[in-house]
Design a protein around this ligand. Structure first.
Ligand code: FMN
Length: 229
């Protein structure tokens, strides 16, 4: 491999990755998961502090977590989140991006805008980790601020790209962060671990319409600017 092919492969991978929300049932060997986590762990971090923990949740504990989260969500009782994800209130320009991504998702599923039941059914799948063979809960020491979350985000992307390079799909699940006390209670985690998100991972179900969801990105001029001569 020469030095020109390497950036090509990396860019193709970055562009080809997309969130996968339906999986085949084939298991992912834990050795393979550990290989992906070794890649995630290579992410740069301020002071090389390497913030974050990845917890594989399986078996009856995973079922219990799903049931507890679904009960919370269906009960409609909000919990105080460990960290604030989205701006509140959402500025209009960002709201448009959010709506576009929801439209891409529900459009792929054939769920109409006014079909509340259809949307709810898809949202509930967050708490089932989209029935992926691997369910991860990602936490961070509560003493970290925004910098730690930034570093952990880079690790998450590393994990997702390493997965994509092996034909595995993944989807981060911020919906988990809506019920941090429930996640801690069911998993027996201390209050000093903040709940960042979940992650579903496994072999994509290529036939599932949801996996045809195609999101777009803001034009570069909205993302990048040059100041000075
Ligand atoms: C930290 C994080 C949390 C996310 N949470 C959710 C989630 O709860 N449910 C979901 O369906 N997608 C979730 N996503 C996926 C985003 O919707 C998706 O990344 C975005 O729409 C861009 O699409 P793409 O990943 O296919 O490129 C999350 C992504 C990230 C990075």
């Amino acid at each position: 491999m020469n030095s020109n092919t390497l950036p090509d492969i990396h860019e193709q991978l970055v562009h080809a990755r997309r969130s996968i929300r339906a999986y085949r049932s084939d298991p992912v060997p834990e050795a393979l998961l550990q290989q992906l986590l070794r890649v995630a762990r290579q992410a740069p971090s301020g002071g090389n502090l390497q913030p974050g923990h990845f917890t594989l949740v399986q078996g009856r504990l995973r079922d219990a977590l799903t049931q507890a989260l679904l009960a919370d969500w269906q009960g409609g009782v909000p919990e105080k989140e460990d960290y604030s994800y989205f701006p509140r209130p959402m500025p209009m320009a960002l709201r448009k991006r959010q709506v576009a991504s929801a439209q891409a998702l529900y459009g792929a599923l054939g769920v109409a805008r006014e079909d509340r039941a259809g949307r709810d059914a898809q949202f509930a799948r967050n708490y089932r980790f989209f029935d992926a063979p691997v369910a991860l809960v990602i936490t961070i020491d509560s003493r970290f601020g925004a910098g730690g979350y930034m570093d952990l985000g880079m690790a998450l992307h590393g994990l997702q790209l390493a997965a994509a390079a092996r034909g595995l799909g993944s989807c981060a699940i911020g919906a988990l962060a809506s019920y941090p006390d429930t996640v801690r209670r069911v998993l027996g985690l201390p209050a000093s671990e903040h709940i960042v998100c979940g992650m579903a991972l496994g072999w994509p179900n290529e036939d599932a319409p949801v996996n045809r969801t195609q999101t777009t990105r803001a034009p570069l001029h909205e993302y990048y600017r040059v100041l000075g001569e």
